[in-house]
Design a protein around this ligand. Structure first.
Ligand SMILES: [Zn+2]
Length: 376
């Protein structure tokens, strides 16, 4: 399954999509209200099938395709199931039409022809920017509205995702994530934190101040809200672009990539890291996805391993504070640069973890591991 995202051209006709979303939110809210009332009266949950039958028979719709309705009910059911399994803290909520953002076609209800998609039920045609061809058979079509009110078309096909060619020869690397520098690699290269995020922070502050000065419900407020939305979207786009490119570059260069397990380090370290950990976790997700296409191994080291506090000789400096950029080991007298030392420790630790974990697996992997550790 591959999903392709295209931007729909905004025109007078997009108001029809807004109307469809309004009806979609009605379906959601109506079904949710039914569930609540039923639970209050009988203490039971209405199963997905019963709910879908009820909507197919009793609830008349003017704009939505029957399968789109079924899909919304499926979404509601998934939200409830997550709540029952304690994966979500709260049951699903009522949604305002303004913030209901997507509807789906499964097999029927639309006609796709070049860069024009027709929604059969309302007999309206929509053009989208056909930025790249899609491959395979269409499985799903999603119309999605961004916070800016623009529409995107997501086409999901059954094509298999391609794997990329490798240009490297068994090299491995350890990576330490940081705030000031985005990451430091065990070979000493540092990737700087993209400065635009910082410079944009000023813009965000100014624009949210502008927003807060406007009167509630005024046209002016709506305009200011849009300006702020656009700013956030721009930041997200640029951050994603930077992260994808970096992930590709790393996977092209290395066969084994060792990183710290971020899920807990955010809590074990100072709270100040939390913000960056969020962005880094996002990057790690992308890296793992790209790595699977290149056939690259991404290994997370043991989360309790003190990577920046350990010296090459094995001494652990417990007094190391976050502000110390470098420290001298009292055991062997080596001068350790904080980030570089951490990256090298992550590499060493990662290799030994992989070594102990994959002894039964292919010998070539182990061979590559040991070669690299000898080089250090
Ligand atoms: Zn030492």
């Amino acid at each position: 399954m591959i999903s392709y995202k295209y931007k729909l051209y905004t025109s007078k006709r997009t108001k029809h999509l807004d109307r469809i979303l309004r009806e979609a939110s009605y379906v959601w809210n109506h079904a949710l209200a039914l569930q609540k009332r039923y639970y209050r009266l009988f203490g039971k949950y209405i199963s997905k099938n019963v709910m879908q039958k009820h909507f197919a028979k009793r609830i008349s719709r003017n704009l939505l395709h029957s399968q789109s309705v079924q899909e919304i009910l499926e979404r509601l059911d998934t939200a409830f199931q997550r709540f029952f399994k304690r994966l979500a803290k709260r049951p699903p909520k009522f949604r305002r039409a303004k913030y209901f953002s997507s509807f789906v076609f499964k097999q029927g209800g639309f006609t796709l022809n070049g860069n024009v998609i027709t929604i059969n039920r309302i007999k309206k045609r929509f053009k989208f920017s056909y930025s790249r061809p899609y491959e395979g058979k269409v499985r799903r079509i999603i119309f999605k509205r961004s916070p800016l009110g623009e529409f995107y078309l997501i086409i999901i096909t059954d094509a298999n995702s391609k794997s990329y060619g490798k240009t490297h020869d068994g090299a491995s690397v350890g990576i330490d994530f940081g705030l000031k520098t985005y990451m430091v690699m065990s070979d000493g290269t540092a990737v700087r934190n993209p400065q635009y995020l910082k410079s944009d922070l000023g813009n965000v502050k100014r624009k949210s101040l502008n927003l807060s000065k406007t009167k509630r419900g005024s046209n002016n407020r709506e305009r200011r809200r849009m300006e702020l939305c656009r700013e956030f979207e721009s930041i997200t786009n640029r951050r994603n672009d930077f992260q994808w490119k970096l992930a590709h570059e790393l996977c092209r260069r290395y066969d084994y990539i060792f990183i710290e397990d971020l899920s807990l380090s955010g809590m074990t370290r100072l709270w100040g890291r939390k913000m960056s950990d969020l962005a880094h976790a996002e990057f790690v997700n992308k890296l793992e996805y790209i790595a699977s296409k290149y056939g690259v191994t991404v290994h997370k080291i043991d989360r309790f391993y003190p990577s920046s506090k350990t010296c090459e000789c094995g001494y652990v400096n417990k007094n190391l504070s976050l502000t110390d950029r470098e420290w001298i080991c009292p055991e062997c007298g080596k001068k350790n640069d904080r980030d570089l030392n951490a990256a090298q420790n992550i590499l060493r630790r990662g290799i030994s973890e992989l070594w102990s974990g994959c002894q039964t697996e292919s010998d070539s992997a182990i061979h590559a591991c040991t070669q690299e550790s000898n080089a250090l």
